[in-house]
Design a protein around this ligand. Structure first.
Ligand code: NAP
Length: 279
């Protein structure tokens, strides 16, 4: 049997084992996906052990997506551009890092929004997910505004993404959110605000939302967040985080196994696990 892991801290509430193991079983592949909780101080030692032949690869999540990079042998182009890794493939003891969040967010958005050329985007949050979404949209957008409670972090991320594109990329504080959202086509929530159990919270005032927006909430637990409910009430289109979760997992599955991923089945498994987690 070959092993796959999710490396992070904490990992207990992840939907990835349910989603990946359902896909592996459906294709009759002799692999198993397991949780591997690793605190920051244990990362170097754990990664060394994941070069063994029985390990096919692993996912990486909070807080290791950036700090793992120097521990890997190689990065693919997207991971290198984004500066963060969420998927690693082990080939004969060599570890190559990928960023499937970036491709997955752009794919989910394109399906919901249509042609992304010239889109104007406001992103809430300046962490790893914001970085992946911004890098994926940078080649298409007219402008991207990154809005965070720590204005300096938003500006630092904007400077980093600016190097990848001719589009206008700016950072600002939360106070600037209503003005930045007013002229945007797409609003992305890349903060954990609204995630269960804090389901009644939203990262922005409902009054800032308008019918011209597509609102993409990366939070997937609950599936319909307060932000998405407010967006619907304002006449905006909405996209929840589950599609991106499944697409990043499906791309990782292809990289590890060389097989196409059964995406509908992965979506069902993730939804079932979410129902169980929410109960
Ligand atoms: P992260 O690196 O920790 O970044 C989180 C960002 O949100 C930071 O800018 C942080 O600000 C900000 N933030 C945290 N709490 C906040 C609050 N109460 N008010 C305002 N801003 C706040 O996390 P991440 O990896 O980017 O993940 C962000 C969210 O996206 C999580 O909910 C995660 O589950 C979700 N996600 C979903 C998918 C998917 O496939 N759907 C994939 C990746 C991530 P500070 O820096 O000031 O703390």
């Amino acid at each position: 049997m070959r092993l796959l892991y999710l490396l992070g801290h904490p990992v207990a509430h992840s939907l990835s084992p349910a989603m990946q193991n359902a896909a592996l079983r459906a294709l009759g592949l002799d692999y198993e996906y397991r949780l591997l909780p690793v605190p920051p101080e244990g990362l170097v030692e754990k990664v060394a052990g994941l070069r063994d032949g029985d390990v096919a690869g692993f996912n990486v999540t909070i807080p290791h997506k950036v700090v793992i990079i120097p521990l890997l042998d190689e990065l693919d182009e997207t991971a290198s551009t984004v500066g963060a890794v969420n998927t690693v493939v082990n080939r004969d003891g060599r570890l190559k890092g990928y960023n499937t969040d970036c491709l997955a967010s752009t794919r989910a958005l394109r399906e919901a929004y249509g042609d992304l050329a010239g889109c104007r985007v406001a992103i809430l949050g300046a962490g790893g997910a914001a970085r992946a979404v911004a890098s994926g949209l940078a080649p298409h957008a007219e402008w991207i505004k990154i809005i965070a409670r720590d204005e300096e972090k938003a500006k630092a991320l904007a400077r980093q993404v600016r190097g990848q594109t001719d589009a206008e990329i700016r950072g600002g504080g939360l106070g600037e959110a209503p003005r930045m959202i007013r002229s945007a086509d797409i609003l992305v929530n890349a903060t954990p605000v609204g995630m269960s159990p804090n389901r009644d919270r939203s990262p922005v005032e409902a009054g800032a939302l308008h019918p011209g927006l597509l609102v993409f909430d990366l939070v997937y637990n609950p599936e319909r967040t307060r932000l998405l409910a407010d967006a619907e009430a304002a006449g905006a289109r909405t996209l929840g985080g589950l599609a991106m979760l499944v697409y990043q997992g499906a791309e990782a599955f292809r990289l590890w196994t060389g097989r196409e991923a059964p995406e509908s089945l992965m979506m069902r498994a993730a939804r079932d696990a979410l129902g169980g987690a929410a109960a």
